[in-house]
Write a protein that binds this ligand. Structure first.
Ligand code: ARG
Length: 585
């Protein structure tokens, strides 16, 4: 937890120099703002500090009193200490439909209970206007999310899978929050290994025109074989080194061979992206080649090159510096996010530092443009070691995803779905559930921790899994369906009432969707959204549904609308997590 707290504190400072925009905190905040302006008119820079507190004293708490007291004591005000400041904040809150009641506790904490009428009204408005109205507004216009980024002719491994899954969710969440996102696949398509690959290709296929995209088949085997050749035969090694020079010189024959190799790799990558429903735009390392000399000259003039060279990964670093230059100056991004394993932390620290020294980035991290490395931990096998196949090979991602689908299909067949559903329905559901299970198992953990890849666990229909959540959603949909009422019409004509504590708790949790999305963005932590979603499903089942009869009760209309709102919020969470909802189970 301390690590997350640090991260939280850091990133909050970074982007949200201004106030939060989430529905419920913002509403509370605007009331508190008025109160603060009234009681301390000479301290205009003091902003309301509001946190959700889910306790029995209130829904939100304002923590300004202590800080304010230390600012104003001795300045000749009437306040006698933090509690009296708290009292004053409370007394000066404007009359508002948002707040039902307030109290002051301890050293001046102001507890705010939101009005259930207002909560109900906000949800009804969302039902009519759409969930987009609940999107947070970030102070960011355009972001680059650099994710997935596998290497040509090398295996795309589980680390790339994590980057793909986490990066896609971050991109989706930022997009939903009205940020324009450039989804960048920074593939490793350049480097000395291409000399060896090209020479080997020429040996295997003397007539290069005959190489179809399928001719090579397994690129990884091809890579291994050419590496073997490179290590064993000095003459081949010599030719391979020449090939690098000729490729870099732009000789068409070499360039075409390189293009062919890239094309074959891309095919494999796309099979993974297609299954996961992930969209990326490739600008590989080679894209930045023409810009490198200019950028290095600029850095050299500033005396910064030695620092970069001493890092060892000179090419990787100079390409990344150039890509950063491009993203800042050509693409005009104000937030650039890199999703890789934590092992690359040093590389990012180093080139971020160089960029600051060069004056490309402000030294104050609270200012824009900014860069963030989103690190993540390892994927472990059930034996607690690095995730591998039985024969200790790297797991082919396509095979992994196919197995997830097969297993979820088996589970559906065991539930007797073959009689109920068409083959197509069965297949689509198996796919949605299988891939979602893999994604959610990754996303629900704090990304910095290692996680264990375990099919049985992720496909379990109990516990905090995608399967459980998808079923919970489908069950809510079936409650609505079975009521026989026209939900679209109810949205227009019905009214939500939150008199029962279970109803009120569900309503408040629904309203907090927005601040959780915002926190996911500011801290770049998908697990925050997962936790919110899981809790939503728990609150729905344990607080609301088990205490409040829906169909056939006097409150049927209101409760059906709450079911519908829950289903909508769940679907939006699924959407942000890259999960395909199912409506029938
Ligand atoms: N290709 C690299 C790898 O497989 C990841 C690249 C990440 N992005 C970046 N701009 N360095 O480890």
């Amino acid at each position: 937890p301390p690590l997350t707290d640090l991260l939280k504190a850091a990133s909050r400072k970074l982007i949200f120099a201004t106030k939060t925009h989430s529905v419920s905190t913002m509403a509370t905040q605007s009331c508190l703002n008025i109160s603060l302006r009234t009681i301390v008119p000479d301290e205009p820079e003091v902003e309301p500090v509001v946190v959700a507190c889910a306790g029995k004293f209130g829904d939100y708490q304002c923590n300004n009193a202590m800080g304010l007291w230390s600012k104003i004591k001795g300045k000749g005000t009437d306040f006698k200490g933090p509690p009296s400041v708290g009292q004053a904040i409370m007394k000066n809150l404007p009359k508002s439909e948002i707040i039902e009641s307030c109290s002051v506790a301890g050293p001046g904490f102001v507890n705010v209970v939101l009005s259930k009428k207002w909560i109900a009204k906000s949800i009804q408005k969302m039902l009519i206007d759409g969930i987009e109205k609940w999107a947070p507004q970030l102070q960011i216009k355009r972001a680059v999310v650099d994710f997935s980024s596998p290497n040509i002719a090398k295996e795309m491994h589980v680390g790339h899978l994590r980057s793909t899954i986490i990066g896609d969710t971050l991109a989706r969440t930022l997009e939903f929050s009205n940020v324009e996102v450039l989804r960048r696949n920074h593939v490793g398509d350049w480097g000395t290994q291409f000399g060896m690959l090209i020479e080997f290709l020429f040996e295997k296929f003397p007539n290069i025109e005959e190489v179809s995209e399928t001719a090579i088949g397994d690129l990884q085997a091809f890579y291994k074989a050419s590496k073997q050749r490179f290590d064993d035969d000095p003459a081949f090694k010599e030719r391979a080194q020449q090939a690098v020079v000729r490729l870099q010189g732009g000789e068409p024959k070499y360039r075409n061979a390189w293009l062919k190799i890239c094309e074959i790799s891309r095919k494999e990558f796309h099979m993974v992206y297609e299954r996961l429903g992930v969209h990326l735009e490739e600008k590989g390392e080679s894209f930045y080649n023409p810009y490198i000399p200019g950028v290095l000259k600029e850095l050299d003039d500033l005396g910064l090159i030695e620092e970069i060279k001493s890092d060892g990964g000179y090419n990787y670093a100079s390409t990344d510096l150039t890509a950063l230059w491009y993203r800042l100056n050509e693409e005009k991004a104000d937030w650039i996010i890199y999703v890789t394993d934590v092992g690359q932390q040093q590389h990012f620290d180093m080139f971020f530092k160089a960029a600051k020294r060069a004056g490309w980035l402000p030294t104050d991290d609270a200012l824009k443009p900014k860069v963030t490395h989103v690190g993540f931990g390892l994927v472990l096998g059930e034996d607690g070691k690095r995730f591998r196949t039985r024969s200790s090979e790297v797991v082919r991602l396509v095979d992994l995803l196919d197995e997830a689908k097969d297993r979820s299909k088996t589970a559906l067949l065991e539930r007797g779905k073959a009689e109920e559903w068409t083959e197509k329905e069965l297949d689509q559901t198996a796919e949605a559930v299988g891939y979602s299970a893999v994604k959610y198992a990754d996303l629900k953990n704090n990304r910095l921790t290692n996680y264990t890849f375990d099919f049985d666990q992720m496909l379990n229909d109990k516990g905090n899994t995608a399967v459980y959540l998808l079923y919970a959603h489908a069950r809510i949909c079936s409650i609505i369906r079975k009521s026989g009422r026209n939900i679209e019409e109810l949205k227009r004509t019905g009214e939500i009432v939150l008199d029962h504590t279970g109803e009120r708790e569900l309503g408040l949790h629904l309203l907090q969707f927005s601040e959780n999305v915002e926190e996911t963005c500011t801290n770049l932590l998908p697990n925050v959204l997962c936790e919110y979603l899981y809790n939503l499903s728990e609150v729905f089942t344990k607080k609301f549904y088990s205490n409040c009869q829906v169909v056939g009760s006097p409150e049927e209309t209101s409760r059906l609308l709450l079911c519908e709102a829950t289903a909508i919020v769940m679907r939006k969470c699924f959407n942000l997590l890259g999960i395909e909802p199912v409506y029938k189970i």
